[in-house]
Design a protein around this ligand. Structure first.
Ligand SMILES: *Cc1c(COP(=O)(O)O)cnc(C)c1O
Length: 469
């Protein structure tokens, strides 16, 4: 391919991208096609012969677009999904064009120094020790995997067991204590770390889903040996925060390691008005947090932060290959802090997002989306037959709908699911289902930088319409 062909291709690709982004605010938010029609559009035998790159891209756009979820748009409230800040998206494009291997300083000095700088910004934003080490990973599951890997090695080391040398077989039994509302990805991370279900103790949560410190104290009374406790900042349903201060106190009294899953909730630390919610978080030993949710950087981007860099390195550093010797000026080799070796230079988009927002812009993004969640919750709660199930302390809202003349029990479960299905078919906005304390509920999660009050109002109108029809 000649350089003029490459230029024409990238300019045309820009037009495709802009057309998609322009349409994202107005196209139906759900996916109107089913898996069979998508397979029919996309599946084909791999051709024997090459195809012109411009045709490849144009054809990909036309075949794939109907199956894209418009989560970059302003009225997608499913799961916890952010959009892409323009500066972050642009930096992400450059990251692909630069095609840096972010494993080693030698492979990309700029990527390594940018990660170093962003690490400092992140620990400062979250109010964590400036000496903590940061790994740039794909998502919060991998961030928890990394933090818990460091935890596993360190608590075993404290019990006199050298995990790196001896492996897991025959190691002192380790106990992991989780709140009953721990995110599913914690269980996956533990399973990948060779920690089985019988090693996990779950502790009761309160009505908002916060781990109960008194229940933790009681559970810890029955635990001896190496201990890891996981707290959660930002319950995926309610947005609630575990009481980190008490949990840190109890965990450390028992010689344990405290890991915090703060996938989106840790960003509350960026707001002076909400910072109180993460009180005590700085006393933890490791933290997992996403960038692709509330910071609105493109997928994938998350951060594994560990207070003790030694434990972090011992868990995941690449120590094997003789040709990978570190530099003599403390140059950062990113592969020492993440489970991967070669990977994309994730730091550039985070650097761009944080510079574009500044401290005040970040606080404003967090506060504005929480304000929109409250606005939606208040209007919904004021409508007949509609109940908001959670205290809206953050950006998450749980809503339940009772049919007219129903008994508010089983009827409301079926009706709530029906309202969610109607909203999804309508396409004005997208909301997903959940079950909260045994009751069906609609989840509304506001995490997109581009959502306006008008989008929130239009979405509430669509939801109330669905509940009335
Ligand atoms: C989203 C989420 C995760 C998982 O994050 P990924 O980025 O999907 O790996 C973990 N914990 C909580 C609380 C979450 O909201």
């Amino acid at each position: 391919m000649s350089s003029t062909d490459t230029e024409a291709l990238l300019r045309e690709t820009l037009d495709h991208a802009l057309a998609y982004l322009r349409s994202s605010a107005e196209r139906p938010v759900g996916v109107p096609c089913d898996v069979e029609s998508l397979r029919a559009r996309l599946a084909m035998p791999l051709s024997e012969h090459p195809m012109d790159a411009q045709n490849v891209v144009a054809d990909l756009v036309s075949r794939a677009t109907p199956g894209l979820v418009s989560s970059v748009g302003p009225r997608y409230f499913g799961f916890v999904v952010g959009g892409s800040l323009p500066a972050a998206l642009a930096a992400e494009w450059l990251t692909a064009a630069w095609d840096q291997n972010a494993a080693l300083y030698k492979l990309s000095p700029a990527a390594m120094v940018v990660e170093e700088v962003v690490s400092g910004w992140l620990t400062e934003i979250f109010g964590l020790p400036s000496t903590a080490s940061v790994g740039f990973v794909s998502g919060c599951q991998m961030a928890s995997f990394t933090g818990l890997c460091a935890a596993r090695g360190e608590v075993l080391r404290r019990a006199g067991w050298d995990l790196e040398e001896r492996g897991l077989a025959g190691a002192p039994p380790l106990t992991v204590v989780l709140g009953e509302e721990a995110h599913a990805t914690i269980y996956t991370a533990l399973r990948m770390l060779g920690i089985g279900r019988r090693q996990i103790v779950t502790v009761a949560a309160d009505a908002q889903g916060r781990m109960r410190a008194d229940a933790l104290a009681k559970a810890l009374g029955g635990v001896s040996g190496p201990l890891v406790v996981c707290a959660q900042l930002g319950n995926v349903n309610t947005g609630a925060f575990d009481p980190c201060e008490d949990i840190a106190e109890l965990t450390h009294e028992h010689g344990g390691w405290l890991h915090v899953d703060g996938a989106f909730g840790l960003w509350a630390a960026a707001s002076p008005a909400l910072r109180h919610l993460v009180r005590g978080a700085a006393r933890a030993d490791s933290w997992a947090v996403d960038g692709h949710k509330w910071l609105n950087v493109p997928y994938d981007s998350a951060y594994a932060i560990v207070a003790d860099p030694r434990a972090h390195r011992a868990a995941v550093a690449n120590t094997a290959a003789a040709y990978l010797v570190p530099g003599d000026r403390g140059e950062r080799d990113a592969q020492d802090w993440v489970p991967e070796s070669s990977r994309r230079a994730r730091g550039f988009a985070v650097y761009a997002a944080l510079r574009a927002l500044g401290r005040s812009g970040l606080a404003e993004l967090v506060e504005r989306t929480c304000g929109l969640a409250r606005r939606m919750a208040e209007r919904l709660a004021g409508a007949p037959g509609v109940a908001v199930l959670n205290e809206v302390v953050l950006n998450q809202v749980l809503v339940r709908f009772a049919p007219r003349g129903g008994d508010g029990g089983g009827d409301a479960d079926a009706f709530t699911r029906e309202v969610i299905a109607r909203v999804q078919r309508d396409g004005t906005c997208w909301v997903g289902p959940t079950v909260w304390k045994g009751q069906a509920a609609m989840r509304i999660s506001v995490a997109n930088w581009s959502t306006s009050e008008a989008d929130a109002d239009r979405s509430v109108d669509a939801i109330l319409r669905a509940a009335r029809s």
